[in-house]
Design a protein around this ligand. Structure first.
Ligand code: ZN
Length: 476
């Protein structure tokens, strides 16, 4: 062995150590949907992992179904042929890279629904779930359009097991486990499901957990509470099941689809709180999320920081104007193709918020502002620049949806609001006021260069959106 060998080994170990456990959460990081970012290749994802690590993270939920080139079920990715990981399978290498940085990777998917899986109902119409009216479920999706599947059938059970085993054990055996993300949009209301829906889904959850643990006894398998508590599944119109809980499971809670359960938190290997505050909120909401996660006794806080870059083929969010246009990651239209948005200033505001509030959910506003100023502007930080950074971030998430940019950043959206009769005088005045604030930021930092270019670039991009005739949309 060369003389430098042991030093490299030591360096490697140092790099792989967990971040300091200096807050309430042992598991920290982001939930990201690889399958919905077809334009991001290995380098973009490595940079994203670096960001997770820089933010004190040690875990990434990488939502991968529909985004790997399944040999057994090509129908799962035929909507995603131009995806970088379909064209050049890199996730295995990415997982190795993440491990080198001390970041563990869980593969995400939804049983009987969402990306990849819902495409199978196109080939097998009999597999489709029934809606509340007893008729076949209406097509739905985010990027991947299809129908959710009925879990009462032996053939759909076999498909789910074979598909997820292929992903977790054949394609990406180095991954650290799975997020089995129960659907937040539909159950099956056929005669064999309805009140038995989660009992049926549980058959698969039990089987895939056993299959993964047989190969990797220490794998983290994260599941929803719906199989164990008997509580209503929010928004699905069916009650949960009451199956026995295996303490090797980690449980997952969200504000919109799976409410915390203290008994499960006590029994489980771990409990993860996940919300959308970094993706769609402000630092105020990120702080509130940290406090809620801690209050629920969760050992992990892994919120969504999802950015989409696919091209919708259907009017998602009910909006025809989105069809055929590539989604802007986090609504940031100034970011070049193929580049992740996380190093842009408005995203950095929320990254600092996540890092700081994960360490201390009670951190004072003054201490947060000091940390933010130092991170964004170094010694050039001023109270005004911090105010502007917070305002810029807030304006860009005001009324943003998963698919649509904030109205102030999208004349197309304002036009669609007007056509739909939703552009009231009040809303128009709000957009105008937000645009004035953006223009003030653009002017203040014009020509200032670093470290203020991160403020000027987004504000200038927004001001440019309204430089032409579109500004008349905002006339009283
Ligand atoms: Zn069914």
């Amino acid at each position: 062995m060369p003389a430098f060998g042991p030093c490299l080994v030591l360096l490697g170990l140092a790099a792989a150590a967990d971040p300091k456990p200096d807050g309430p959460f042992a598991l920290r990081g982001y939930y990201l949907t690889l399958t919905r970012t077809p334009t991001y290749g290995l380098d973009a994802w490595k940079a994203t992992i670096d960001g997770v690590r820089a933010d004190g993270g040690n875990l990434v939920i990488l939502w991968t179904a529909g985004g790997f080139k399944s040999k057994k079920f090509p129908a799962t990715w035929n909507h995603n042929k131009d995806h970088a990981n379909i064209k050049d399978d890199f996730v295995r290498e990415l997982i190795g890279y993440a491990h080198g940085k001390g970041v563990r990777v869980l593969l995400g998917f939804t049983p009987f629904g969402y990306d990849g899986v819902n495409r199978m109902a196109l080939e097998h119409p009999a597999w489709a779930a029934a809606g509340p009216d007893g008729k076949p479920a209406r097509p739905f999706g985010i990027h991947s359009w299809g129908r959710n599947l009925c879990p009462a059938r032996d053939d759909t059970q076999r498909f789910m097991l074979d598909y997820v085993k292929e992903m977790a054990l054949d394609f990406y055996p180095e991954a650290d486990g799975l997020l089995v993300e129960s659907s937040d949009y539909a159950a099956c209301h056929c005669p064999d499901c309805g009140p038995k829906f989660f009992d049926n889904e549980f058959r698969f959850v039990r089987a895939i957990s056993d299959a993964v643990w047989a190969e990797k006894p220490d794998a983290t398998v994260v599941v929803y509470p719906h199989y164990f508590t008997g509580a209503d599944a929010p928004g699905l119109g069916v009650k949960g099941a009451r199956r026995p809980f295996d303490p090797r499971w980690t449980v997952f809670f969200t504000p919109h689809s799976a409410h915390p359960d203290a008994d499960l938190v006590r029994k489980a290997r771990g409990a993860i709180w996940s919300d959308d505050s970094p993706a769609r909120g402000t630092p105020t909401e990120i702080k509130a999320a940290a406090r809620r996660a801690r209050a629920a006794g969760c050992s992990g806080w892994v919120p969504s920081f999802e950015a989409f870059t696919y091209v919708p083929t259907e009017p998602e969010d009910g909006q025809k104007y989105l069809v055929g246009r590539r989604q802007l990651p986090l609504g940031f239209g100034w970011v070049g193709d193929g580049r992740p948005p996380y190093d842009e200033l408005p995203a950095r505001v929320n990254r600092v918020a996540y890092r700081e509030y994960a360490r201390d959910p009670d951190l004072s506003d003054a201490a947060f502002r000091a940390a933010l100023g130092k991170e964004l502007f170094g010694p050039a930080a001023t109270a005004e620049a911090v105010d502007d950074a917070l305002a810029l971030q807030r304006l860009l998430v005001t009324e943003r949806t998963w698919w649509q940019a904030a109205p102030v950043a999208s004349p197309d959206r304002v036009r669609a609001m007007k056509a739909a009769g939703q552009l009231t005088a009040d809303r128009r005045a709000e957009v105008h006021r937000d645009l004035d604030r953006m223009r003030a930021i653009e002017q203040r930092y014009r020509g200032k260069g670093e470290p203020f270019a991160g403020l000027h670039r987004p504000a200038g991009w927004v001001a440019d959106r309204w430089a032409g005739e579109d500004v008349k949309l905002l006339d009283p």
